[in-house]
Structures are given as C-alpha cells and as structure tokens.
Design a protein around this ligand. Structure first.
Ligand code: ATP
Length: 302
C-alpha cells in the first residue's frame, strides 16, 4: 500500500506554539499513520514533547490545526482510542501493579486481559508489588503497560526506553513493533539514534520548531547526501576542508575522516591533490553523522 493511502489517525497542520515570547513550534505539519512507527528525533528543547502534547490534547496550538481521529484531541471519544506514556507520571505508591493495570483497563471499551498486558510489558512476577516499591526501570515498564492496556489505535511514547537496561529496551522494541504490525499508529520521541534506526518506519527530525527531515531511516541518511571518506593523507586540514563537497574534517595523526556530500567528487579531488594518499574507504554516513549534518548552518548548504 502506498504510504499516502495509509490511514491518517493524527494530523498537525501548520501548527505554531509559543510559551511567553518563546516560539517553540513554527508552522509544523505532520501526519501520523496507522501501522507505522514514527520517531521524533531532535536535540533537547527542539519541541518534541510539545508536539506530543498538542497531538494528545494536553496543549492547544496558538495557530494551525490539530486532528485526532478526525476530532479535536480534547474530545474524550478521540482520547479513548489513544494510549500515552509520558516521560514522568505520578503513580499512586500504594496500589500494586495488577491493581493499576486493572484500573486503567477499566477506562477502555476493549481492553486486553490484564495478564496479557503485564506479560507484554515484562512485568510478570511483579503483579503484587506496590508501584512505590518498583525500581525506576520497572516503573517505566508499568507506565508502558498502562499505555497499551486498552489496545490503542494510537500509541504515543515520550522517550519510552530512557532508564531501561539493554534487555528491557529490546523487549519493549519488539512489543512496540507488534503494536504497529497489528495496525496501531505509534509516535515515539527518542534521543537514541539506534532506537529510531532499529524501530521506526519513519524518522521525523525536528530542529528549532521545524521539521528538517522526514523519511525512512535510510532516506534520512540519503537526504543529507552523507558519506564518510576515511584515508591516510599528507594534506592539511584547511586543504581538506576546501575540497569539493567536504562538510567536516576529523583527524587522528595521518588518518583523516571526511563527512562529504558527494563522495565521488571529493575522492577524485583527493586523489589528484595527494599522490601519496593511502587506505581510502568510502561508506554511507551513520545516522548520527547524518543528523549532526542537519544543524541550521549545514542545512543551508545541504
Ligand atoms: N510549559 C512551558 N512553559 C514554558 N516553556 C516551555 C514549556 N514547555 C516547554 N517549554 C520550552 O519549549 C521548548 C521545547 O520543549 P520540549 O519539551 O517540547 O522539547 P523536547 O524536544 O521534548 O526536548 P527534550 O529532548 O529535552 O525532552 C524548550 O525550550 C522548553 O523549555
């Protein structure tokens, strides 16, 4: 199925949001589609949590329009189809894991079995423990359980794996993937490039309140035209920087690493300028390198 034909469950259309005189979002438009994991990536303060707040109806836009299942996100009928895991949420200390999952499941029309939710969240064996006596990582998993217990059509996860160990993170990734494969739309924010690369169908990069890239993980790398050239060279850093298409130069002794827009053009110029050039390799830039390239100054050049 063509991506555009996939069902849109949430839409931000030309949305602006300001806190005091600080404009956090500036004409941002974004569709969230069923069956797709969308990862919002961006530096601290870029506006990711604000975007989540607008889509989930916790915040209202100053300009533009937000739709959730075709309705205003503050409408209970729209919110009832959504599961949300925020970065922090006060859990009542004295209620147990099972009690909290049971209570939350009661808000939904077609919830999962409580034991299924507990297993999906990796909380087996902890059912009778009060929330106040869970570790930080276990509390995160409980928040995840509360987000998925209602079989949501839209699952919103704000930095879901922060504080989780490697195994818990992998487990959560696989259950998130299952939610999307089962038809749910998933929107998550993350600081982990590895997470976005491994889990997302689509990565939306926000910087300074605007979308600067929106593509599949491989497309993000391609959209900035990023390649990495490694070589041993006698050329100085200023000469390397002046070669065609070079965006940045890293150096360790004679070994140089160049992040470049057009690998073939740079490689030709390198070979012409340095007859002693050795150990030349060219590879696609990593996602991390590609994102570093999306800073406002380099973006203009890209
Ligand atoms: N209620 C608020 N009042 C004033 N400023 C706010 C408020 N909420 C967010 N901000 C500011 O808006 C900007 C964007 O915040 P937001 O939480 O959306 O960023 P983020 O991309 O989620 O960042 P992080 O990766 O650090 O979680 C920040 O500068 C933040 O300080």
């Amino acid at each position: 199925m063509d991506r555009d034909d996939m069902q849109v469950v949430g839409r931000l259309d030309g949305v602006s949001k300001q806190f005091g005189s600080h404009r956090v979002l500036d004409g941002l438009s974004l569709d969230i589609r069923a069956g797709e994991v969308t990862a919002l990536l961006g530096p601290n303060g870029a506006g990711k949590t604000t975007t989540v707040g607008l889509l989930t109806g916790r915040l209202s836009p100053d300009g533009g329009r937000v739709d959730l299942f075709g309705l205003d996100p503050s409408r209970p009928v729209a919110r009832a189809r959504m599961g949300v895991m925020l970065q922090s949420a006060g859990l009542p200390d004295v209620l147990t894991v099972r009690e909290l999952v049971t209570l939350q499941s009661g808000y939904y029309r077609h919830p999962r079995e409580v034991s299924e939710t507990i297993a999906l969240a990796g909380l087996e064996g902890l059912e009778r423990r009060p929330a106040g006596k869970l570790s930080g990582g276990q509390q995160r998993r409980l928040l995840y359980a509360l987000a998925i217990c209602g079989r949501p059509d839209l699952l919103v996860l704000d930095e879901p794996t922060t504080g989780l160990d490697h195994e818990a993170r992998r487990h959560l990734w696989s259950t998130v993937r299952e939610e999307a494969d089962g038809g749910a739309a998933v929107l998550l924010t993350t600081h982990y490039l590895e997470e976005a690369d491994a889990l997302a169908d689509r990565i939306v990069v926000i910087a300074e309140g605007r979308i600067v890239a929106d593509a599949a993980p491989a497309g993000i790398k391609a959209s900035v035209g990023g390649s990495t050239i490694r070589c041993r060279t006698a050329l100085s850093d200023p000469i390397l920087s002046a070669l065609p298409g070079v965006r940045s130069v890293g150096r360790s002794g004679a070994a140089a690493t160049l992040l470049v827009a057009d690998a073939a053009a740079t490689a030709r110029a390198l070979l012409a300028a340095d007859p002693s050039l050795a150990e030349l390799t060219i590879s696609a830039a990593s996602l991390e390198e590609a994102l570093a390239n999306l800073s406002p100054s380099t973006r203009k050049a890209a």
